[in-house]
Design a protein around this ligand. Structure first.
Ligand code: AHR
Length: 362
């Protein structure tokens, strides 16, 4: 897919707190943007959006870059647990090829230890820039300090991290998972507004300690706080996998019928799809007997919405490759980047699914 053809609809946000502005750790320095500048970003998809920060829209030409050598990017991918992840890896590979960037990619199979080893190997082989999609939120300070000492800039992709020193990475590109949890809860509150009595909610969490699982859960809980009719009565991690979703839902439905949930909030589509099978096997109608809300927006989830088995899907965009490549080039050219870049995302319901399914590319 041509970079120029694919315009991603991006909302770029400068965050405070753990995303406080920090300085890049290699020359030429890329400093966080200092104030809002309206710009249209052209990266991957067919929409442009006004943003309030600076990411130069023009991919630097090779003349802008410090040397004519192709840029070498070491990328530690956390695993291949879901359809989302596969689309994310594919997006990064094709964008690297498109941008003429040499990509060294390592799959950590859900192990933080393997990710740390991968980053260390990138440092040893003196790559120009490192990107990491971190499996969990904490425990990155030491290895990122090593990268900083080696003068190699780091981009955090997909899942944000908590580090004491924000200058350990240049920028973080990925979704606002808290907001995704908020959207899921708002949909549920609206959908169930005519129901009386206790509404029991089951939650399928993602990987324990991962940012999307933590933040989606927080966003959802914050939104239903004070609405005592809505209670999360069952919650368990299912590791973002279809098999996990199937197994945990089976467990939930092996409880006495009085404990069965009215609503399922699944932290991703794969787990929701696994749960749909378990619900059907229990003789229930997913989407009717149990309202199902999921996150990601895969084509399979859209098909399930059309079939009536999933009620709503909050979008989480995996197509981050073009933006990652652009950011890498910008950093190497010494340009200013925002500390945080968040793609604009939507929520889809059964009513919209048939119209939208043809547009889903993952
Ligand atoms: O970090 C993004 C999440 O990770 C996606 O929601 C999920 O499908 C993936 O495994």
């Amino acid at each position: 897919m041509k970079l120029a053809k694919c315009l991603i609809c991006l909302l770029i946000v400068l965050l405070s707190g753990c995303f406080d502005s920090g300085e890049r750790n290699a020359e030429p320095a890329a400093k966080p943007a200092e104030g809002p500048v309206n710009t249209n970003i052209t990266v991957n998809t067919n929409t442009t959006v006004n943003t309030n920060t600076t990411l130069n829209t023009n991919t630097p030409s090779s003349a802008d870059l410090p040397s004519a050598k192709p840029l070498v990017l070491g990328f530690s991918q956390l695993g291949s647990e879901s359809t989302w992840r596969e689309a994310n890896t594919e997006s990064i590979q094709s964008a690297a090829q498109e941008a003429g960037i040499t990509l060294i990619i390592k799959n950590a199979e859900q192990s933080q230890h393997k990710q740390i080893e991968a980053i260390r190997s990138f440092i040893e082989s003196k790559v120009d820039i490192i990107a990491v999609a971190p499996v969990v939120q904490t425990g990155w300070d030491e290895i990122l300090e090593e990268a900083k000492q080696a003068g190699i800039p780091v981009i955090i992709l997909d899942r944000s991290i908590a580090v004491k020193d924000p200058s350990l990475y240049v920028t973080c590109i990925g979704s606002d998972f808290f907001e995704e949890g908020v959207k899921a809860a708002k949909y549920m509150l609206d959908k169930m507004r005519r129901q009386s009595g206790l509404i029991k909610i089951a939650e399928l969490q993602g990987t324990i300690g991962s940012t999307p699982s933590i933040d989606r859960g927080r966003g959802f809980r914050d939104t239903i706080q004070g609405r005592n009719q809505f209670q999360i009565t069952l919650t368990e991690p299912a590791d973002f996998t279809k098999e996990g979703g199937y197994k945990v839902m089976q467990e939930f439905l092996s409880l006495p019928e009085s404990e069965w949930p009215d609503v399922l909030f699944s932290h991703n589509d794969d787990m929701a799809i696994g749960a749909v099978t378990a619900i059907e096997e229990a003789g229930l109608k997913p989407g009717t007997d149990i309202i199902i809300i999921s996150v990601d927006g895969t084509r399979r989830a859209f098909e399930q919405m059309i079939a009536g088995s999933i009620n709503a899907v909050v979008e989480c965009n995996p197509l981050l490759g073009p933006l990652l490549m652009q950011a890498a080039q910008e950093i190497m050219a010494g340009r200013t980047l925002p500390k945080r870049m968040v793609p604009a995302e939507d929520i889809f319901t059964q009513e919209l699914a048939a119209k939208e399914v043809g547009n889903r590319i993952y």
